[in-house]
Design a binder for this molecule. Sequence first.
Ligand SMILES: Cc1cc2nc3c(=O)[nH]c(=O)nc-3n(C[C@H](O)[C@H](O)[C@H](O)COP(=O)(O)OP(=O)(O)OC[C@H]3O[C@@H](n4cnc5c(N)ncnc54)[C@H](O)[C@@H]3O)c2cc1C
Length: 413
Amino acid sequence: MSQIESVIVVGASAAGVSAVRTLRQEGFLGSIMLVDKDQHGAYERPPLSKQILMQADSTHHDIALINDDELTALNIEAHYGDGVRQLDPTTRRIILESGRELTADAIVLATGGEARRLPIEGADLPQILVLRHYEDALNLRQRLTADTRVAVIGGGFIGAETTASLSKSGAAVQWLDAAALPMAHLLPTELCEKIVASHCAQGVTLTPHCRLDKFIEQPDGSVSILFDDAKSIEVDVIVMGVGMAPSTPYLSDAISAELLNPVTGGIQVSDNQATKFAGVYAAGDVAAVSQVDGSTVRHEHWQSAQHQGERAAAAILNQELPVAPVDWFWSDQGDLHIEMAGKILPTKEHLVVRLEGEWPVYFSVVDNRVVGAVSVNNPNAVRAAMRMIKNDVNVEPSQLANPELPLRKLMRG
Ligand SMILES: Cc1cc2nc3c(=O)[nH]c(=O)nc-3n(C[C@H](O)[C@H](O)[C@H](O)COP(=O)(O)OP(=O)(O)OC[C@H]3O[C@@H](n4cnc5c(N)ncnc54)[C@H](O)[C@@H]3O)c2cc1C
């Protein structure tokens, strides 16, 4: 393609904002249009399940990703509160909900996803909320009073964070999970047990192995949750934290068939975030990225969205792609700050436990190489692991497990 003079970025969040910033930082002087259907513009999503729930006076201004002054300084034309209804990837033209049409030489699709709802009778009741947008968090926060009874459905990170934040704010929280133990599909079992025990000690009631049947609204406005064994509980608010689906309704059926990865539902991209349509890129939670082993993965965390935004910008400018960082993710659950890096292999044979302080650090080790790590309230341990992963250092599992040996010594191999 000849010289790129205009770029549209759809989605003003971690991936989209990182793309527009990188374009300007790298000297792009052409026009940049940043489009988001959310009237509140660009804000961080991680605080929605933490700060926004716990601090009654915090607003989207406190969690802004890029403010109006910076948009002006960077000469970025923001179109907020007007979503893309239709995309023609061959002409790189979008039609907004308002009917306005925009065209550019390159388009970055960074439209993230929407929270899923379980397909159960009553799941669309107004008392049943999800947590993906600022308005969702506000809606939940406004329903909380001293005696609000809340049920949180889902044992992933969003469910765990919401549970911890709500109980810390004084709500009576019932935590419902289909699995035997929340987060056990993500983290070592012993660590999950300890984290969940810590939440329960704060007053959370966990019900594992939940099989939900339906939700029934009661005359007083509360909701009964019926289980398939005919038991039931009654609450005032329900939060579903059961995952997200990539957001691509602006693609016609024919374009979806060409662009979407059938396994992950995300927009298939190659190594430089490019789709199969020239000049059209995708980044962040919505992008389906091919792995070296041939599989395709949609990453659903902040660091990866940010990095993919930078990558898309570099590709548009025809520059060398930034090196991928070691995968890193965090989760704040009440007073617990959990950090993870690399690939956590929870199988016993790969797990090395280091009894350092109140919370053990878990390393995943394969052939004397650290491939992943997780810590609670100990970010330095994960930083050290990231260095080990990046530098591919050879490390003896017994040394790693020995808290007398400083990790910084092992980082050098
Ligand atoms: C409650 C919550 C807590 C989280 N906590 C953590 C955490 O602790 N640590 C962590 O690493 N990650 C966390 N994440 C994940 C992280 O926030 C996401 O990975 C990240 O926001 C993805 O960024 P993105 O830019 O790809 O997409 P998104 O953040 O989903 O943004 C997509 C944007 O596109 C816009 N959009 C969608 N469709 C259209 C359309 N048709 N037209 C115009 N605009 C559109 C949306 O309004 C949205 O602003 C959390 C996510 C949530 C929801």
